[in-house]
Design a protein around this ligand. Sequence first.
Ligand SMILES: Cc1ncc(COP(=O)(O)O)c(C=O)c1O
Length: 419
Amino acid sequence: MDIDVEEIRNHFPIFERFRRDGIVYLDNAATTQKPREVVDAITSFYYNSNSNVHRGVYRIGEEATELYNHSRENIASFIGARSEEIVFVRNATEALNIAANNLPDVVGRDSEVIISRMEHHSNIVPWHLASTRYGIRVKMMENLPDRQITWEDIEKNLTKKTRIVSLSQCSNILGTINDLSAIGKRLHELGIIFVVDAAQSVPHMPVDVKKLNCDLLAFSGHKMLGPSGIGCLYGTSEILENMPPYMGGGEMIREVYENGFTTADVPEKFEAGTPNIEGAIGLSAAVDFLKRIGMDNVRSHEKELIKYTLEKEEEYALESLHSYGPRNPDIRAGIYTFQMKKGDSGKPYGNYVHPHDISHLADRIRGVEIRSGHHCAMPQTVALGTYATARASFYIYNGKEDVDTFFDALKAIEKKMIA
Ligand SMILES: Cc1ncc(COP(=O)(O)O)c(C=O)c1O
């Protein structure tokens, strides 16, 4: 591994508590911990330069604007974009809502959008809402839980009316990393708009929007060491210019008249009201932290962890353990979703440990903190034949010993709960 996990942990104040209380945090697909550098960048803004942006021509007003603009440039360069192609939003969910709300006016309301079954609700529900509001048709294509989405999957669902395809680059439940570059290229040849949900990819692997051939891309700051309440919508200048504004108010206008208004240039056209200035500054500090480690190293570290997890699964050979997702670490992120059940008793709770119990017990028995539920991916969860699973997910501060502790916890749970 190219990452020194112990050294990295020293940058995270919460690890003092984790060490003291024996906590092994494995819910990184939900949100990540924050390094001191991020906390300091936000605190320093409040202590030294706090003021609104794009308004005051006094010193701290100019400083705040400079910090905010620099953050946008820094975050843009992280994904191979230009500054004006980055719209600051609250999170990936908001970015995808902007896409679903505004694209029907670009492509026409008689259009179809294709999504996949492995999508997070944030890349499903906004399209359903757009369907109700604007009449576009949503098609959810099937996918197999152990392989990537292929062009053939998409092709089966294409019609003359398909104008948008919206897919996640990495599934938050299966851990599948979809190879989207070639898909994006083919969609462009057909003049179809390609939206990418990158909430689980931008934090964990090198992402270059130009190589992805996408038109719009969404991600959240809190899943990549940054603060909550800040995320990004990347869009090509062409698409951002063609889309109508999402909200009206200050910042997004050029001029306002008694009977109308003209819009500001992109990206401000989509940023009505005072933005989350400290959020952008914090996210930029998170990006600096990740850039120092190197995204290739982040990815290879997590690949090594999931490989080790799959090896340990075989070594422990727990009778009740059923996990999901591709077995090939090359196409698998650091996400391990599973259930514990023995045989098929036919009874809903016979020899079946409810994922909430797994999560609760893993914490009580070994301090291992994992997620349980449908992970905001109900169609995929139901397609796995269940209503809930448990999920462990890794990041840069997790090491192989965390995986060992996790399996020790599962072993103890099996012993305690499975007859
Ligand atoms: C794949 C995926 N897309 C979108 C989201 C939504 O992210 P947020 O809640 O930060 O908007 C998540 C969150 O878990 C996710 O995993």
